[in-house]
Design a protein around this ligand. Structure first.
Ligand SMILES: Cc1ncc(COP(=O)(O)O)c(C=O)c1O
Length: 405
């Protein structure tokens, strides 16, 4: 069977390979502590579930408009106005099959072959791969741990060439756990304003998971007159409402862009699952859901602070304090090229380290290679404090020359 050449440009995810190894060990009955999860360990709030169940019972099982029902698009536009200070109309909103699909349709609708897309690193694994599938060329700009992984206006402008078409901004960030303050975003926006051919894709999916009084804002709200026409605002219900399996994402942008994306989506997936539309309205309008968002945020704040403290107490590991999302992105640079674990094995990079850690200490982490840092690992704290302690005890013992207990 022939496989299309267009797939040659994208790589297999290392994250999934490590996850598969962890699953195989679990199947053999091994007690693996998993820090790989990219999803909240909370359930979807009841009012949202009830809205979908009622819709299903009432026969909402047929095709709907590709971009979403008017009610769902209106609820999103109102949320964007109320919470994000963005003035999109419902017609400037497109609902897609998860944040991932929203981003993919956005790249496919905006990029031409050879267009350069600036991606600050560390970055979410799928950005470069989706950009390449759309014919674009990823250009990486590395944030430094000593600057909490944030890139500066000068770094961004130095990467701009006549072929630059887009910059991707993700605040709070997966995997960095860092968040740009509104003033920091404003400085980046100011630097980009003089480059009118450059648009911004703002991935705001972790916007509600902020810690220690950290604030951020929507990119297009920084200067609506300039940025409305140059921004793709991307969001989803996955992380905020613990709805990763529902697959609900949305984009907002100028009418011409949303029209183009709608045209593309109409030939791919059409609408998202019809009985999920009322669930969107419930998620974004029922105040009862706010209670869970706050419970989840508080839990993540406490767990993140704990994991960060414990990681930094391990010799050879350093970690930037997370201010958003639910990840610690820790440097293991101090542990590479040195004997590790019970057999004194040598690791050259984060992939080696993650494999060895899983095999010998039964802890699953994600190597940073897929995120642009091959001497870092990502640990999700979307798991209980007792699991966090158990996993970190194992990592500590492993680094000190021990194996799994
Ligand atoms: C930064 C970022 N953007 C987009 C997505 C995709 O979200 P969804 O699960 O809604 O497709 C993820 C998922 O992990 C993410 O971390």
């Amino acid at each position: 069977m022939q496989i299309a050449r267009r797939l040659d440009v994208i790589s297999e995810s290392i994250t999934l390979a490590v996850q598969a190894q962890a699953n195989a060990l679990k199947k053999q009955g091994v007690d693996v502590v998993g820090f790989g999860a990219g999803e909240p360990d909370f359930d979807t709030p009841d009012p949202i579930k009830e809205a979908a169940i009622a819709a299903l019972r009432s026969g909402k099982t047929k095709y709907e408009p590709t971009a979403g029902t008017p009610e769902a698009r209106t609820a999103i536009a109102e949320k964007l106005r109320r919470f994000n200070r963005l003035d999109y109309s419902p017609e400037e909103v497109l609902i897609s099959v998860g944040g991932k699909h929203s981003l993919y349709v956005a790249f496919m609708a905006t990029l031409n072959p050879g267009d350069e897309v600036i991606i600050p690193a560390p970055y979410w694994v799928s950005y470069p791969e989706m950009v390449k599938l759309a014919g674009g060329v990823p250009i990486f700009v590395h944030g430094k741990p000593e600057h909490d992984f944030k890139v500066s206006p000068a770094q961004l402008t130095a990467a701009i060439t006549p072929r630059t078409r887009m910059v991707i901004i993700n605040s709070p960030s997966n995997p960095g756990g860092h968040t740009y303050h509104p003033q920091e975003l404003a400085a980046l926006a100011k630097a980009l304003e003089g480059h009118p051919q450059v648009m911004v894709c703002s991935d705001e999916i972790y916007e509600r998971l902020l810690f220690n009084g950290q604030t951020t804002c929507s990119w297009a709200s920084l200067n609506w007159d300039v940025w409305k026409d140059r921004t793709i605002t991307c969001n989803c219900l996955s992380k905020t409402y613990a709805m990763t399996g529902w697959r609900i994402g949305y984009t907002a942008g100028p009418a011409a862009l949303i029209g183009a994306m709608n045209k593309l989506q109409s030939q791919m997936t059409s609408n998202i699952t019809s009985f999920c539309m009322p669930a969107i309205v419930s998620a974004l309008t029922d105040p009862a859901n706010e209670v869970q968002i706050q419970t989840m945020r508080t839990a993540f704040e406490q767990r993140g602070a704990h994991m960060y403290k414990r990681l930094n107490a391990i010799d050879g590991i350093t970690c930037v304090r997370p201010t958003g999302a639910f990840y610690c992105f820790a440097s293991i640079g101090g542990l590479l090229h040195k004997p590790l674990g019970p057999a004194g094995e040598i690791c050259r990079d984060a992939i080696d380290f993650s494999r060895l850690l899983l095999a010998k200490a039964h802890v699953a982490v994600v190597p940073g290679n897929d995120f642009g840092f091959d001497d870092h690992i990502r640990l999700s704290f979307a798991t209980s404090l007792s699991q966090i302690d158990k996993g970190l005890n194992r990592i500590q013992a492993f680094v000190a020359g021990g194996g799994a207990e």
